[in-house]
Design a protein around this ligand. Sequence first.
Ligand SMILES: *[C@@H]1O[C@H](CO)[C@@H](O)[C@H](O)[C@H]1NC(C)=O
Ligand SMILES: *[C@@H]1O[C@H](CO)[C@@H](O)[C@H](O)[C@H]1NC(C)=O
Ligand SMILES: *[C@@H]1O[C@H](CO)[C@@H](O)[C@H](O)[C@H]1NC(C)=O
Ligand SMILES: *[C@@H]1O[C@H](CO)[C@@H](O)[C@H](O)[C@H]1NC(C)=O
Length: 955
Amino acid sequence: MDAAAALCLVLILATTTASPAVYAQQTNNGACVASERDALLSFRAGIWSDPQNLFSSWNGQDCCQWSGVRCSNRTGRVVKLDFRNNLFMDDMFDEWSGAKPHAMRGNISSSLVALHHLEYLDLSGNYLGGLGVPIPRFLGSLQSLVYLNLSCMDFDGKVPPQLGNLSRLLYLDLDNTWKPNYHGNMLHIEDISWLLNLPLLRFLDMSGVNLGAIGNWVQAVNMLPNLRALRLRECELVSLHTPIVHSNLTSLEILDLTDSGLYTINPAYWFWDVGTIRHLDLANNLISEAFPDAIGNMTSLEVLGLGGNYLTGVKSNVLKNLCNLRVLTLWSNRINQDLSQFLEGLPRCAWSKIELLDMSLTNLTGEIPKWINQWTDLSILQLSSNRLEGPVPLEIGMLGKLKQLYLDGNHLNGSMSEEHLATLVNLEELDLSYNSLDMMISSNWIPPFKLHVAYFPRCKMGPHFPRWLKGQRDVINLDISDAGIVDDLPDWFWSVFSNVQYLNISCNQISGRLPDTLEFMSSAFIFDLNSNNLTGTLPQLPKRLAELDISRNYLSGPLPQNFGAPFIQDLLLFENSINGTIPIYICKLQLLQVLDLAKNFLVGHLPRCSEETTEPSPILALILYENNLSGEFPSFLESCSELVLLDLAHNNFFGELPTWLADKLPDLSYLRLRHNKFSGSIPVQLTQLGHLQYVDLANNRISGSIPRTFANLGAMAQEIHTFGNPLVWSNERPANPDTSYSPKYDDSLVVVMKGQYLDYTSNVLYMVGLDLSCNNLVGEIPDELTSLIGLTNLNISHNQLSGRIPEKVGLLRSLESLDLSYNEISGEIPPGLSDITALSRLNLSYNNLSGRIPSGNQLQSLIDPESSYIGNNYLCGPPLSRNCWEPDAAGGDIEEHQQEAKYFYLGLAAGFVFGLWLVFVIVLFRTCAWSARSRAVPSRWTRLPQGLELQLRRG
Ligand SMILES: *[C@@H]1O[C@H](CO)[C@@H](O)[C@H](O)[C@H]1NC(C)=O
Ligand SMILES: *[C@@H]1O[C@H](CO)[C@@H](O)[C@H](O)[C@H]1NC(C)=O
Ligand SMILES: *[C@@H]1O[C@H](CO)[C@@H](O)[C@H](O)[C@H]1NC(C)=O
Ligand SMILES: *[C@@H]1O[C@H](CO)[C@@H](O)[C@H](O)[C@H]1NC(C)=O
């Protein structure tokens, strides 16, 4: 439980004790009132799903005995209805997996208005709302209500002003931040004046309710002098510029304005006056000012959350009087200071009280001071993603209350020994990732702690497997990737870590045979085992597994007919030695988004999924290159309407390309079919695919002419675009990386999930290419091709194309590589060719071109310029030695060696445009997974530039 929640609970308890009449234990003195019983039965009739069997006790006449119902022992009337779904959080996480939910579903019957004495109503966490279902107005008739909790119920529409009739309310919770179905539900308030009728309110939570239409929200809440807690997270608040002269909120203790779009904290703001605020949360806003001195006067502050803003020059000594401070979160702001200096400035009177210090991503420098041991109450220390250096001081081991230690993403060096950890008996989360730390821990050491989170990527743990982890049976997230381990996986590995949700052992040289089944790992969600020396066949997978990457290992044998994991989304098994056919079970994986089986020994036809299931498939990428698969173009793809990337290259597929592509695969952006036996002509329908930006049909048996309609390929006819591309979307990181509170595995999730696919697409994404080389195409090069101004690569070599080079070829400004060699193209080279400043590879060899080679800066700077033109007997002028005025054109100086078609290399110029998301990927995940993968990326996929700087993240 975080501190905020703890405080909140305290407050609720305080509220509870404040109105004993409501909560007192009742000794029921008889049956309930018949009309109230009828009202309750009508309520029950409106609920069509009651997974927790709350209503099973609703038998007999005395409704006061029914569960969730309380009557007054004085009047016998129903005073309390508590149907709260306490397992709501589980529901949130189970949603995707199809696990059984706990929330009630149905409608709230208006019969409740008969409960005139109802003082307490809690329906929270039950999905009694839905798209178009507003909070019922009749709740405004329950005028005895003191407590009303409608949080997390998925309501929609306008909050009814009738709530203003509940003038006795002390507690109102409308928190609507959880929207289970993402169908755009949004509670909103346009006129908040009804709030003024609730003067007794002590607790108000309207998080997730859009208040954007209300300019005067501060004034409205300022009319509630008894308010102790105000939570307005994600309310799209309007930033105010008129200072509040006098604040009524003299009792306010908790103020939560997280994620509310605030971009200024003018000290004249109302809450600075308030000497009572203990808890102030302004995280995830857009505040980009200098750190306000006024905070230093808020001496009651215990919890201060300013993470996820753009504060500059955060000076710790401003806070020097805040002696009650227990929690300080500043992640993702700019402290730009030496850590010791910063810590020294924090209130000395609070050093021994501070429990949570989060300064991730704040550009801190220097070393971790030895006197960190004076922060004796520290239980969470987050220093991730800074520029800290030097060793981790042994003194950190004296912080006996430490539960979470996050030092990842710094430049720390030296070693971590048992001595560092020996007294950290409470440690549950340890993250030392991405430093240069040596784990000097003997294999028989038994740690005093039980870790839940153990992150050691890039730590030097090897070459032996870190056997001291053997006792860590409570681990939920384990990452020992790229840790220099060259060893067998110990036999206890799978049983000790049988509770993991996230497991990453990638990029080591871990060997051993995978067990036949991993089904016993019932919590497993993400497995990344890529780039090791694992053997065996694909095991039976855990039921809830969503991502699996065992690429680049030595898996063999066929894929099992049924390998479990029915909810798997990403299955990456490329570069193994898997043989046999692709089982039809693949068709039953209804959530599968990425399937990468490239570089194996798979044979046979693809399964006929359409016969298996009628459900549309959500698959985004199907990557099967370099196998021995055969058959016609797979027809089951007709039901894969989300498909973006299809790679069947280097197989034995044959037959004609289908005409339904544009109809059935409207989002197809990358189509790679090279080295197969496809025949027939290029279907005109292919050119109706508006997102298609990469087409590679090289080395097939395609005949006919190049359709003129290629000009319709909108994605090729514009500058490179990445936004709105589904592949980008699925990788995109939030602009304000919440490093501290989102589960860490989220970061890695993208790596695991995308694996090869990410490598693949990170390059492909920015490539706009058309490769039709090595086919049997005839006819002319359509002039229309020159409208594809986004093309970076155009290769139509090794065909039988004739006619001229389109006069306007110079319009293809983005072109980096152009290959028209080995055709029968004649005429002169259009002078416009020299306008293409990006061009670094040009091959016009072995055609019938004639006349003077145009000059121009770019053409002169080509690599090996002469070979670009050889085999054209009537070309003249530099760089050829044949002068244009010499009639003898049959120069014997041209060597007749076969020039390999080496120009299909798709060069990405350095410094090319890379979107923010890539930067995130690089910075967040560093390069373990990255560089290891890049090694084996097909050589024509160029690599990403390394070492992009941290500051770009905020770009
Ligand atoms: C109602 O119950 C409370 C708590 O058990 C008790 O203190 C009170 O005396 C009861 N009142 C009546 C009228 O029975
Ligand atoms: C303070 O509250 C009172 C009554 O609740 C209201 O009349 C007054 O205008 C409020 N003051 C300010 C500055 O909003
Ligand atoms: C802090 O409080 C002191 C004393 O009340 C006052 O003089 C000073 O102006 C306040 N500082 C800020 C920045 O509001
Ligand atoms: C980090 O801090 C240094 C000074 O320590 C400063 O020069 C640099 O610009 C800061 N970087 C960012 C991204 O703010």
